[in-house]
Design a protein around this ligand. Structure first.
Ligand code: SF4
Length: 273
């Protein structure tokens, strides 16, 4: 199936970008016998060059490239933040068959889960809720209480990272919704790179945009968003680890507030990345 993208963007008009959503166009040497992508030298070089080339591209152009390059092996993860909702809107116009998942830890706000249905209604994209092996009740019983209090890093590893590792099997690339200006660690994210943690190519179409671009898209296209944002929650994760922020605070100050933790681990880069 081929779509023609003719959307106006804030910076320029895109005209008729063909996006064939076909099986992944990979060199045979890039895929292992299990179908997983191998980080060959040739692939790494391709990603480096493409990332540099896409530095000046619009998010729509980056998504269109990813859909064309990885076809049915492309996936996206979202926690339904404003950035993710914006990408879902763009995906619905560019490559609506792309499978999208949410890591449903069991601790998400009800507003977040309701947003999944509002997004489906608006964009036609049904985000799959991927759950850990244990329910919240089983998990807390196993650990004599909630680990988000005593060991949030382990809790995120068990209820987010291990779930994504399983979801990554058989896929070649994933789209994330991070922006470089969100944190020093995210500032180092390339547009396209190799994600060692999950053995996937990672595409960050919003790396170069800022918060006002995202909210501009939401307003312009009437994209559904989490109503908690109107109550001071600038960044929303699981309810036990999220609070509203005060005026002047960093937009991620409400995540794991009062602890050293700033990321769940999905988007942290290794030192040698
Ligand atoms: S954000 Fe909090 S509740 Fe959610 S998985 Fe991480 S530690 Fe657990």
């Amino acid at each position: 199936m081929t779509l023609l993208l003719t959307q106006m963007t804030d910076s320029k008009e895109l005209t008729e970008i063909p996006v064939p959503h076909t099986p992944a166009n990979l060199a045979p040497e890039d895929a292992s016998p299990t179908g997983q992508l191998e980080p060959t030298e040739a692939l790494m070089e391709e990603l480096r060059a493409k990332s540099e080339e896409l530095e000046t591209a619009t998010p729509q152009e980056i998504i269109a490239w990813a859909a064309q390059r990885f076809g049915t092996k492309l996936t996206m993860g979202t926690a339904f933040g404003p950035e993710g909702c914006t990408i879902l809107h763009m995906l619905s116009e560019i490559a609506p068959e792309t499978p999208v998942f949410n890591l449903d830890t069991g601790y998400q706000f009800k507003e977040t889960l309701e947003l999944r249905d509002r997004i489906a209604e608006k964009t036609g994209i049904e985000v799959a809720l991927l759950k850990p092996e244990t329910t919240v009740e089983e998990y807390e019983k196993l650990h004599n209480g909630p680990l988000y209090i005593t060991n949030p890093t382990q809790c995120c590893a068990d209820r987010k990272l291990s779930v994504l590792k399983k979801a990554a099997v058989g896929m070649h690339a994933w789209i994330s919704a991070i922006r470089r200006d969100q944190s020093p660690d995210r500032a180092r994210a390339p547009i396209v790179g190799w994600d060692k943690k999950f053995n996937l190519v990672k595409i960050n179409p919003l790396a170069n945009v800022d918060k006002s671009w995202v909210w501009g898209m939401i307003t312009k296209h009437d994209i559904p968003y989490n109503p908690l944002h109107d109550q001071g929650y600038t960044s929303i994760g699981c309810w036990p680890c999220t609070r509203a922020v005060m005026a002047g605070e960093d937009e991620r100050a409400g995540r794991w507030s009062g602890t050293e933790k700033t990321e769940c681990g999905l988007h942290t880069l290794d030192e040698d990345d």
